[in-house]
Write a protein that binds this ligand. Structure first.
Ligand code: FAD
Ligand code: PHB
Length: 397
């Protein structure tokens, strides 16, 4: 007989979506269990996103998990767009009425959330195996899994599929229910984490004939840098020397700016894709974050979008448990998707403006440069970029 347990909300995945949801539910007095197939160390050390929108920062603070982020995070009020070897600043503070972004690694957010869940008696089970979701269209769906060689069952009122793009929740929805909207890009990003003080106070997004490059950071001693590469680029072909050389070429500037290098601590290649599934719900299964959509990283939106989904889902579950009303649960997918598509548009636009496409011709390149010129010289265009980058407001309907 499997070991059976009961909870209100079963959550698959302990990434940003799963952990934020679990802690928000706890703060509303709603029970949940999070099931994660990786180890806690693996999840907390995976190098991923680093830019938090104001809404994400405010939410983490309201949840009581923002103390270290407030202390260690770097608040930025602008970014640089660099093209034709010249930098142009987009001033978020001035263009958005004082808003900014915070640089604080996804891994650090996850450590803070795990600590908060554990300190408040939360159940986050790591290294579970063979997770399956069942009876999704019944009033009591269940999650089966194996933990320490024992078969287990978790009976829930609702299941939150927070298990990322490669998870099992989305594929468990019966065929024909979901529609997928997809675009893959003919390039990837080669990313490094380097023991080197950031060479700029703010992020630099660069358009160059050889391809896009991005200078970002994690703290005052760690730089995070990216180069556009082939989607299937062999990382073994890239010595640290070659990476720094290429970064220096693409990021070069006419004003004497220098790139500080240092030991490379981690490197990897990430594919680029835009993907949305509609609707983000089936029966009592609610998909949130990367399990429902992914964006190319050029807009720095993946983590932030995962957080807003679960903010909307937590509100809906709170309304259900406190008032018995299904209204917000019923509109979950529609409310999320309106914002998801706007963020998709922005991420696609930033990606198309800044990357070299293999079938580009000189016309396309001139058009891209004209777009960059326009964005950095028209206040209306700069404002559009700024208000999307710092994060669009959350709408109720
Ligand atoms: P995830 O963070 O993917 O979390 C899902 C969790 O579910 C994982 O912990 C996974 O182990 C677990 N899981 C999966 N399958 C199962 C299963 N069967 N059973 C139990 N658990 C399961 N965004 C940016 O904005 N900037 C970046 O620089 C950036 N870099 C990225 C680099 C990489 C390599 C990747 C993959 C993503 C990157 N992203 C970036 C995107 C961003 O990290 C994601 O959008 C964000 O992590 C989404 O959070 P999530 O909780 O929805 O999904
Ligand atoms: C990062 O710091 O990892 C980062 C920053 C901005 C992006 C993507 C990634 O657009």
């Amino acid at each position: 007989m499997p070991k059976a347990q009961r909870t209100q909300v079963g959550i698959v995945g302990a990434g940003p979506a799963g952990l934020v949801l679990s802690h928000l539910l706890y703060l509303h007095g709603i029970e949940s269990v999070v099931l994660e197939n990786r180890s806690r160390t693996y999840v907390e050390e995976r190098v991923r996103a680093g830019v938090l929108e104001q809404n994400t920062v405010d939410l983490l603070c309201e949840m009581g998990v923002g103390e270290r982020m407030k202390r260690e995070g770097l608040v930025h009020y602008g970014i640089e767009l660099r093209f034709k070897r010249r930098g142009h600043r987009i001033d978020f503070q001035e263009l958005t009425g004082g808003k900014g972004i915070t640089i604080y690694a996804q891994a650090e957010v996850l450590k803070d959330l795990n600590n908060a869940r554990i300190a408040t008696g939360g159940q986050v089970l790591f290294e579970v195996e063979d997770v399956g979701v069942h009876d999704l269209d019944s009033p009591m769906p269940k999650i089966t899994y194996r933990k320490d060689d024992a078969d287990c069952e978790l009976h829930c009122d609702f299941i939150a599929g927070c298990d990322g793009f490669h998870g099992i929740c989305r594929p468990s929805v019966p065929a024909g229910v979901l529609t997928e909207y997809d675009r893959t890009y003919p390039f990837g990003w080669l990313g490094i984490l380097a023991q080197a003080p950031p060479s700029s106070e703010e992020l630099i997004y660069t358009y160059h004939e050889l391809g896009f490059a991005l200078l970002s950071m994690r703290n005052s001693q760690l730089s995070r840098l990216y180069l556009q590469c082939a989607p299937d680029e062999d990382i073994n072909g890239w010595s640290d020397d070659r990476i720094w050389r290429e970064l220096r070429t693409r990021l070069a500037s006419t004003n004497g700016w220098k790139l500080t290098d240092g030991p490379v601590l981690q490197k990897g290649v990430t594919g680029m894709r835009s993907f949305v599934v509609e609707p983000m719900q089936y029966g009592r299964l609610y998909l949130a974050g990367d399990s429902a959509h992914i964006v190319p990283p050029t807009g720095a939106k993946g983590l932030n979008l995962a957080v807003t989904d679960v903010q909307i889902l937590a509100r809906a579950l709170e309304e259900y448990y406190s008032k018995g009303s299904h209204n917000l649960l019923d509109s979950y997918s529609e409310v999320c998707l309106r914002r998801v598509w706007k963020v998709q548009r922005f991420s696609w636009w930033m990606t198309s403006m800044l990357h070299r496409f293999p079938d580009d011709n000189p016309f396309d390149q001139r058009r891209q440069l004209a777009e960059l010129d326009y964005v950095t010289s028209s206040r209306a265009a700069a404002k559009t970029l700024a208000e999307n980058y710092v994060g669009l407001p959350l709408e109720d309907h």
